[in-house]
Design a protein around this ligand. Structure first.
Ligand SMILES: [Zn+2]
Length: 75
């Protein structure tokens, strides 16, 4: 999952290059949520790119993906 690394995203607040961060959390019912976010190392501005939700009930595993394309750069 490194497909977004080639896309350079600038922070809308201070125009610094944002870095791609993967965060994940596990809920008590076994659901795993993973987020791909761009984060500005200077001001901490966060931009959600993709959310993956993995739910397991018995033998069935369902994966839900929500994709938010990065905003087009305006110069
Ligand atoms: Zn910033």
């Amino acid at each position: 999952m490194v497909i977004y690394l080639s896309i350079e995203v600038k922070c809308p607040k201070d125009n610094n290059t944002m870095i791609l961060v993967l965060e994940s959390e596990k809920l008590s019912d076994g659901t795993v949520k993973a987020y791909f976010n761009y984060r500005c190392p200077i001001c901490g501005f966060k931009l959600e790119v993709e959310r993956i939700e993995i739910t397991r009930s018995g033998e069935v595993i369902s994966i839900k993906k929500t994709f938010t394309p990065p905003p087009s750069q305006q110069h």
